[in-house]
Design a protein around this ligand. Structure first.
Ligand code: AMP
Ligand code: MG
Length: 521
């Protein structure tokens, strides 16, 4: 297997002068050279055909010993120098100091068909940034990252991608709920790819340490490699750069809201500078439509990263990034204007996104009220987000409110909860909705087709990922395989897979992994 190396990161940015792989603070450097840990008995579980294509790896090569060895840490890509990146971050609202790639190792950046991809192993052993942890990952969390990042791509949500999922053959000790019950789990490694894995925290660390020269080097590197259209570095360029990052972050979050994805740990070290969804940890998918829902039990008390708060947190994180870039820009008002604009743009884009989910494509006066009334109704009793919106497209302009309710009623988790007063509110809403639909020039069938491009039929519900994990733990990868294929076409009808277009089963309501997830991975 031959790769065309394009190692801009290590060529253009300062390295840690110490090459020893010991846990420590790393100063005035963007990364440390470190090799992956060799693995005991690696075994490849799955590869993404599409990502192989992106990288120019043939299917035959993907079955080779070289592939297995490279993507499980036992062999280096020829002439490559693997490294772990140095970053800091605000975790749950507080500055946490140096974090860094504690269990991620960049193997190389390669070029294929004009695109550059950084290849990164997650779970490949300790680095100088591992702090008190082991640098490893378990099968459970690796399956979750592998399946979800590819599923997000197919949903049209900006994301890092995943090339491969492998067992290491080593056992890894984890306390799943942090409640004093550690147990051994199977170790695994995902190889994920992205044009860059830079996060807000990469910039914050240098600002916090007042290493302004390195900060500037990193920002200039980012602009010249990933935003070349901005031209030569200057204060103006830095501002424009920040503005684009703000736009991309917002667009990503609007997509999350559209599909019902809750990231779970939106710390500034988990926000990509390219506006990609990154670091799939205790994320989850909304089942009941609920602004207050978070899958992350570590965040149960304050629910900082709940579904309804993701856009606010995006803004909070951008403020931290603005502070980090300030020494290069020194113009508070201009930075504030960009943050102010985020709020205004959010309102506009969110409104447009919700209109599309409702099949409302022309302008009309009362859409704001129609949308907020719907959001209120969806909170009246537990109502499945995916089922509701997908079924909404089946409603015809001429349906009576009663007929309309019938079409979406399978989205109600507990039909007995629909009291007369709740039903009344729904009847009123559907009355208003059907009147509004009559203003739309599209025929029902055309509107359905268009709406279905905004409302996925299949998402990786938390219990589905858990079923894949439970089977894989026993060496059975058929569910994983099935879900991987299913989620390649989330907007298409897949008649043979109708069983996945259903509410979360009751057994999954309070099960670990299905409704309760922690950062332990
Ligand atoms: P996260 O919130 O999972 O993205 O991780 C926060 C920080 O903890 C990052 O610096 C990670 O590299 C580090 N980290 C998480 N898990 C491990 C682990 N098992 N070993 C070493 N570092 C880890
Ligand atoms: Mg992270």
């Amino acid at each position: 297997m031959r790769f065309k190396l394009k190692n801009t990161f290590i060529q253009e940015l300062p390295a840690d002068s110490i090459e020893e792989n010991s846990r420590r603070q790393v100063y005035k450097a963007c990364y440390s050279f470190v090799s992956p840990k060799t693995t005991e008995n690696p075994e490849l579980i799955h590869t993404s055909k599409e990502v192989l294509d992106l990288l120019g790896i043939s299917e035959k090569e993907a079955k080779s010993k070289d592939f297995l060895n490279i993507f499980t840490g036992n062999q280096l890509i020829e002439n490559a120098k693997p490294y772990a990146m140095c970053y800091g971050g605000h975790q749950f609202g507080n500055w946490a100091g140096q974090l860094g790639d504690g269990r991620a190792i960049n193997l190389a950046e390669i070029e294929n068909k004009g695109d550059i991809w950084a290849l990164q192993l997650k779970g490949a052993g300790p680095t100088p940034y591992s702090r008190t942890a082991d640098g490893l990952a378990v099968l459970r969390s690796s399956i979750r990252e592998y399946l979800c990042s590819e599923a997000m791509h197919h949903l049209g949500v900006p994301t890092t991608r995943a090339l491969s999922l492998a067992l290491t053959g080593d056992n890894v000790l984890r306390d799943v709920l942090y409640n004093g019950n550690p147990a051994y789990e199977k170790g695994a490694i995902v190889c994920r790819i992205s044009p860059s894995f830079l996060r807000f925290g990469n910039y914050e660390i240098f600002a916090a340490r007042e290493e302004i020269a390195t900060l500037q080097q990193l920002v200039d590197y980012t602009i010249s490699n990933f935003f070349p259209e901005l031209g030569k570095p200057s204060k103006k360029t830095y501002l424009k750069f920040f503005e684009i990052v703000a736009d991309r972050t917002l667009d990503m979050i609007i997509h999350w809201q559209r599909v019902g994805f809750v990231h779970g740990v939106m710390n500034t070290d988990n926000l990509s500078i390219l506006g990609l969804t990154i670091d799939y940890g205790p994320y989850g998918w909304l089942e009941g439509y609920d602004y207050n829902w978070t899958p992350n039990t570590t965040d149960r008390q304050h629910k900082r990263y709940r579904y309804g708060n993701q856009a606010n947190i995006g803004l909070w994180n951008l403020l931290k990034l603005a502070n980090a870039l300030y020494p290069l820009i020194e113009e508070t008002a201009s930075l504030e204007a960009i943050l102010e604009n985020y709020k205004v743009t959010f309102e506009k884009k969110y409104h447009l996104m919700m209109k599309s989910k409702l099949g409302l494509f022309i302008d009309s006066e009362n859409d704001k009220t129609l949308i907020s009334d719907l959001e209120n109704n969806l909170h009246l009793s537990e109502t499945d987000m995916t089922l509701f919106f997908r079924s909404l497209s089946e409603i015809s302009k001429n349906d009576s409110p009663k007929e309309a309710i019938k079409k979406i009623s399978h989205a109600f988790y507990k039909p007995q909860d629909i009291t007369a007063s709740i039903e009344e509110k729904w009847l009123r809403w559907f009355q208003a909705y059907s009147l509004r639909l009559k203003e739309e020039p599209l025929q029902d069938t055309d509107r359905l087709k268009k709406m279905n491009l905004f409302n996925p039929k299949y998402v990786l519900r938390n219990y589905m990922a858990q079923l894949a994990i439970d089977a894989a733990d026993k060496g059975d990868y058929t569910v994983l395989e099935e879900l991987f294929e299913l989620l390649k076409h989330p907007y298409s009808e897949q008649k043979q897979s109708e069983k996945w277009f259903a509410k979360r089963p009751e057994w999954a309501r309070n099960k670990v992994g299905c409704s309760m997830l922690s950062c332990s991975s």
